[in-house]
Design a protein around this ligand. Sequence first.
Ligand SMILES: *Cc1c(COP(=O)(O)O)cnc(C)c1O
Length: 452
Amino acid sequence: MNWQEEDLKYIWHPCSQMKDYETLPPIVVDHAKGINIYDIDGNCYKDVVSSWWCNLLGHCNPRINEAMKKQLDTLEHVIFANFTHKPAITLCQRLMDVLPKGKGLGKFNFADNGSASIEMAMKMSFQYHQQTGNPQKKRFMALTDAYHGETIGALSVGACDLYSQIYKPILMDVVRVEGPDCFRCPYGKCRDNCNCECFEHAEKTFEKYGDETCAMLVEPLLQGSAGMKIYPPLYLTKLRALCDKYNVHLIADEIATGYGRTGKMFAFDHAGVSPDIMCLSKGLTGGYMPMSICVATNDIYDAFYDDYGKGKAFMHSHTYAGNPLACSAANAVLDILRDEQIIPHAVENAKYFNKIINEKFLDLPYVGEVRHIGLVNAIEIVKDKKTKEAFPSNLRLGYQIYKKALKKGVLLRPLGDIIYFNPPLIIQPDDMDFVTNVAKECMLEVMKDYVV
Ligand SMILES: *Cc1c(COP(=O)(O)O)cnc(C)c1O
């Protein structure tokens, strides 16, 4: 059977112009182990994007496999209203040990994907203010270049035109805060002398719209889909204070940044402050199972807690909420992080990774910046190193590099002209050498046609 042909007969792949598949047909994966993905012809691809940023501890991790197999023969799924189970309870207990302190995060609402947890957070915040005497608070705020998922609500708070442009007529009217842009800082600052001057935009926006706003959403420190844009923790500290001043919930979208991706368990840990609501997914199950959690403070929870007839309950549900198989994977992930000291080791390895990436790429005439946080490293290709002008997007430079790298066994999947690495936390130096060498070879090959 020609599996590629059969695939294209039926399958509409995510985030793809399907016509592209005429020249780059889908790779039929057979199995995977660690950071290696193997296709049915035996080719190996190094998964340095963690399969859309969710694979945390390598594919087919023996401990997660074992935990899930055990759970499978015990309980696969059960209604989560009025019923519960040990894997979910254990998971919440365990998360309490690692969540940011200060605001009383402590109530866990389960869903099955990141976008759903964002929807849940938005509805929860809106309803909270309706039930606590602030019915005028009906709007949401979010940063420029934000990405929070692709359901209608999540798309509304997002600001990546690539995903949302066409749908604008049916999206919510969100208050947009001009966020940090450290690579092209309009204040002429660099990462060493920044005092978050750009925060004045947030201050002005809150002054104008704070009273009608129920929540502000942020991807803390790392705006992934925007091209791995990185900004300093001080911005979060200031935002925390501003949200408090205007009685606006601070919603942390830690879907991509959580679970050690930034070098700490959560990106908010770098700032030492706590959000009011935190959304978790991706690394939560190690990339094994679709699950997300919307964690709220006890204060929020209390505003919904009353006699049934008062109609204050949060009537939000997903059929697969609290799925035991997903919870068993999530518990295994927390065990492994603790027992094997995964995050401290990743932080150590990240130094080497960033060093070799700087050495290999920084001096290239079209590399505008190499930026990094944790094991995430991004290389931004620009037409002009001084003005930081980008190449026309129709050249699809990133896509060309992506295609070449696949042939050499590395899965890069750039964001526009930003080549990035966001590997499983368990990546080792020999693989770091290999993937950066391949990325550089491919970049040189593609770029030779565009530099004079
Ligand atoms: C992936 C992602 C989402 C959406 O999660 P899905 O499971 O794809 O719906 C939301 N926010 C951020 C920051 C993400 O990276």
